[in-house]
Design a protein around this ligand. Structure first.
Ligand SMILES: Nc1ncnc2c1ncn2[C@@H]1O[C@H](COP(=O)(O)OP(=O)(O)OP(=O)(O)O)[C@@H](O)[C@H]1O
Length: 506
């Protein structure tokens, strides 16, 4: 139990009363009350679009509330920007890191400090803090040589140097290995024992139950419950969050070569694919070989940053090898290594990239027009766009994938992260691809929506089983499943028993 929370001697670290925030057409926070005690690790749980990030941005001064009151250590405060928040002891570690890859760890930390501190002084402070929290890191290593877990350590170390009294973490474990998650939990428990309060946003119910002392559940902008997660089951938390338990997946019989009597050709065949890195911090692909049969779901596991991104780019057509290597990637027995992403899509190969904003969708464009990035079903001869058809198709995807948005006219950037992810995955699944490549398809997606996406993937796989003319295969690319750096593993999910085997060294 956290010290001050147990004694109740002092004012709460943070107290929000009646916080409301309205965006055009949506009430993102509706009279939110929240109390965080000193030394408490407090989870904020909620379905996609529940208003969690909006609330965290208000606490961190990145956005202003329309109504409500915020008190820190019993004192009312009004923060106009993150700089003021940091000065008041509030720090935030975002899901996406803000580090300069070409600089060393020490340089990155130094850049974030207020002027007036010498490098030698800073180095000493960093070493002391790192030693105390067990955040071992070589300060002289360039950031691009670090694993994702190590980069996160740098971000945390940087925020610890500001002596935060309230640390906000937004989905901190989404790209970490299980070992890195446990290390992070160790650091957070130590920090809480020092009296620092932690606000922890996550969709991972097991982690919340393992780590957090308290949990506030949000739904449609409102607080719908405050519980002790250690006393709750996953099912209870799900019910509070989405009003039901996630649907149980039905698993239609898998397809695949075996299912078709061993004669069918693979949908995808990658043979000794070599691709040199395209920028200084990329990864070379060396002799990658794999095949995907009709009706199969094949997983690629490995520590993030070991070539998964490059493999996806090579498959989508955004990265291409030398002319002689065009045979290295074959779709339905035809070489496609030389084809552009558009030409590959015309042959039925669709992809969902890891980054939603900027690659999966154009932030400032509405949802309907974002369809045009990968779908040309509403483009007529001479390039005319059928506006009505475009809007109707967009509305269909919004409904089918339960995307919470103001409608096809909403800009991509106005959607919550999870809702945009559902729209992008929906756009590609709706295309009925012959081969679908997905990178982190359920990243930032709530448990209910994750179950629906998995169900849609399995339904596509089943089509591969029932209809050889409409083959569909999925190649999800999860990260951080293995802890050995620079090794890749292949997880075959064709049967009831997954078989894991080592692919190649990267
Ligand atoms: N800048 C904005 N403009 C318009 N609407 C916005 C903006 N930011 C958020 N919203 C809307 O506010 C609501 C809450 O979004 P928020 O990002 O806070 O949800 P969330 O709980 O963090 O969701 P997720 O788990 O998907 O990240 C959503 O309906 C979203 O579309």
């Amino acid at each position: 139990m956290p010290p001050a929370a147990a004694t109740g001697e002092a004012a709460p670290r943070l107290q929000l009363t009646g916080i409301s925030k309205r965006y055009p057409g949506v009430l993102a926070n509706d009279g939110v009350n929240l109390t965080v005690q000193r030394g408490e690790i407090h989870a904020i749980l909620g379905e996609n679009g529940a208003g969690k990030s909006t609330l965290m941005k208000i606490i961190y001064g990145a956005t202003q509330a329309d109504e409500g009151r915020m008190c820190l250590d019993g004192q009312p405060i009004h923060l106009r920007n993150p700089q003021q928040a940091r000065e008041r002891g509030i720090a935030m570690v975002f899901q996406h890191f803000s580090l300069f890859e070409s600089l060393t760890v020490a340089d990155n930390i130094w850049l974030g400090q207020s002027p007036g501190i010498s490098r030698a002084q800073l180095r000493q402070r960093v070493e002391e803090t790192a030693r105390f929290f067990g955040l071992d890191i070589d300060l002289d290593r360039p950031v691009h040589t670090l694993s994702v877990g190590e980069m996160q350590r740098v971000e945390i170390l940087r925020s610890l140097l500001t002596h935060p009294q309230l640390l906000i973490l937004d989905e901190p474990t989404s790209v970490l290995t299980p070992q890195a998650v446990q290390n992070l939990f160790g650091v957070l428990r130590k920090l809480a024992a020092q009296g620092c309060s932690i606000l922890y946003i996550s969709h991972k119910l097991d982690e919340i139950r393992q780590l957090c002392h308290a949990c506030t559940v949000m739904r449609q902008g409102r607080v719908v419950g405050a519980v002790d997660p250690r006393q709750c089951s996953n099912a209870e938390l799900s019910r509070l969050m989405i009003g039901a338990e996630p649907a149980v997946l039905s698993r239609p019989a898998p397809g695949g070569r075996g299912a078709k009597g061993g004669n069918a050709a693979p949908v995808l065949r990658v043979q000794k694919l070599n691709l040199p890195r395209q920028h200084a911090f990329g990864m070379d692909l060396h002799g990658i070989s794999l095949h995907v049969d009709a009706g199969e779901v094949v997983g690629i596991a490995g520590v993030s940053g070991n070539g998964q991104k490059e493999l996806l780019l090579a498959l989508s057509g955004e990265m291409q090898g030398k002319v002689g290597e065009r045979q290295a990637i074959q779709l339905l027995e035809q070489p496609v290594g030389h084809l552009s992403p558009h030409q590959r899509r015309q042959r039925g190969l669709h992809c969902v990239p890891e980054e939603r904003l900027g690659r999966g969708a154009v932030p400032g464009m509405d949802l309907a027009h974002n369809l045009l990035l990968t779908r040309d079903l509403t483009v007529g001869r001479l390039g005319w766009i059928h506006g009505r058809r475009l809007v109707a198709k967009s509305r269909e995807i919004i409904t089918r994938f339960h995307v919470r948005a103001a409608g096809p006219g909403a800009t991509a950037r106005s959607l919550s992260g999870g809702n945009l992810q559902k729209y992008i995955v929906g756009r590609e699944i709706d295309a009925n691809p012959r081969l679908l490549v997905l990178a982190q398809p359920t990243w930032g997606v709530d448990v209910g929506a994750a179950a629906r996406i998995h169900a849609e993937i399995l339904a596509l796989r089943a089509k591969g089983w029932w209809s050889a003319r409409n083959w569909t295969n999925c190649l999800p690319l999860p990260t951080a499943c293995m802890s050995w750096p620079r090794e890749k593993f292949r997880l075959r999910c064709t049967g009831t028993k997954p078989v894991c085997r080592r692919l190649a060294c990267g």
